[in-house]
Design a protein around this ligand. Structure first.
Ligand code: NAP
Ligand code: MG
Length: 403
């Protein structure tokens, strides 16, 4: 069989620890034998980020803007322990945060469903994809402890120097607390466009919810911006695609999600997305089966696994012990990126390869061959736990049957 030709490169962002090991295995076992892989390679491993004063992260994001598609390995976000472990010059920021800010992107997370691993909500037969607005609200707030006898007001000074004031609370009888939050119309609009675009891309309904009945200006602005952008830019495209935009109150949304069968995108405000994405991930069974894609409002895609670098497994690996780390989310990051590259370049062979590789992966697990994390969860009768590398080799056997 001839290798599949790629017209345009993908941006490849390598990473850290166990996922860096898996990264190489995926390429060696499942990609390089079949594809004439063209990538523009950026090493986002912590050592090289430190060496380049994190410039490599910025360069990789700029390259993503240029090429339109990237695939990223999990990376370490440094903390105090990592400062000593890697002898860092600075506590570099999270690469995901840096890339997200440069691309003005929204993160969409979806679970990969396989037979034998039943969600805690058994009616969820299709994935629920969560989109989290990752700007502002309580994550960029200002808080104060207020003493009894104080009066708290909101005060805004406009460009002409005029002040408008509103009473928050008169703390006559008790000590208390206050909080100031903000968001930006520009950020909410980017979020809305990323969600509408991704819904069209995936041919899935889009749900959005806030608490606009209580928060008549703050949350209502989110509702209004979404509604206006939908009316003006997306309504007809949604009709053509046969999908819907559905807005409701957040508590109603939660109730409907629980009763649903899945199969839609749920756009969430920042805090709702933080909380609900953990609920959804847990309910679907395993963080190791959760994929993630960053989508910019102008249609740039960066694919990755939702989990981290699986540090504990890496230390076992370094000691020469056998590991059984799940590579599925990282593998699906690669297939997502290859399929998108194929769509943009009009190379259907690449899309077809991505589809078959995903099918081979799911077939492998459903045939009973899986890594330790899934082995603990799976209700299949005949199941075998395999090590990290043997799982990928088993996928390769299935893939050969499909190609
Ligand atoms: P983690 O890497 O997601 O792993 C947490 C635990 O979840 C693991 O110890 C393992 O449980 C299980 N797990 C996660 N992925 C798995 C997989 N593919 N296969 C099998 N088990 C898996 O989170 P962490 O240990 O909190 O973070 C490690 C590093 O990752 C940190 O430095 C953090 O900064 C970074 N991180 C990066 C990203 C990113 O780049 N997107 C995201 C999150 C965290 P058992 O140990 O019980 O087997
Ligand atoms: Mg969270």
């Amino acid at each position: 069989m001839d290798k599949i030709i790629m017209k345009t490169p993908l941006v490849e962002m390598d990473g850290d620890e166990m996922t860096r090991i898996i990264w190489k295995m995926i390429k060696d076992i499942l990609l390089l034998p079949y594809i004439d892989l063209k990538t523009e390679y950026y090493d986002l491993g912590l050592e090289y980020r430190n060496e380049t004063n994190d410039q490599v992260t910025i360069d990789s994001a700029e390259a993503t803007k240029k090429y339109g598609v990237a695939v990223k390995c999990a990376t370490i976000t440094p903390n105090a322990a990592r400062m000593t472990e890697y002898n860092l010059k600075e506590m570099w920021k999270s690469p995901n945060g840096t890339i997200r800010a440069l691309l003005d992107g929204t993160v969409f997370r979806s679970p990969i469903l396989v037979k034998g691993i039943t969600p805690y909500i058994p009616t969820w037969t299709k994935p629920i994809c969560i989109a989290r607005h990752a700007y502002g609200d309580v994550y960029k707030n200002t808080e104060m402890i207020v003493e009894k006898g104080s009066k708290a007001e909101l005060c805004v000074t406009n460009a002409d120097g005029n002040e408008s004031r509103d009473l928050i609370f008169d703390f006559k009888n008790s000590d208390g607390i206050i909080q100031g939050m903000h968001n930006l119309d520009s950020s909410i609009s980017s979020f809305a466009r990323a969600c509408f675009n991704y819904a069209l891309d995936q041919k899935l309904d889009l749900w959005f919810a806030t608490k606009d009945t209580i928060s008549k200006k703050y949350d209502h602005t989110f509702k209004d911006i979404f509604a206006e952008i939908f009316e003006n830019e997306y309504k007809e495209k949604f009709e053509e695609a046969g999908i819907e935009y559905f807005y409701t109150l957040i508590d109603d949304a939660v109730a409907r999600v629980i009763r649903s069968n899945g199969g839609y995108i749920w756009a969430c405000k920042n805090y709702d997305g933080d909380v609900m994405s953990d609920m959804i991930a847990t309910a679907f069974g395993s963080l190791a089966m959760m994929t993630s894609v960053l989508v910019s409002p102008d249609g740039i895609y960066e694919y990755e696994a939702a989990h981290g670098t699986v540090q504990r497994h890496y230390y076992k690996h370094l000691k020469g012990e056998e590991t059984s780390t799940n590579s599925v989310a990282t593998l699906f990051a690669w297939t997502g990126a290859l399929r998108k590259r194929g769509e943009l370049d009009e190379t259907p062979e690449l899309c077809d390869f991505a589809d078959k590789l995903e099918k081979a992966t799911i077939d492998t697990i459903e045939s009973g061959i899986m890594t330790g994390d899934l082995y603990l969860l799976s209700t299949l009768e005949n199941k075998t736990k395999v090590n990290t590398e043997d799982f990928l080799k088993a996928v390769n056997e299935k893939l050969k049957e499909l190609l």
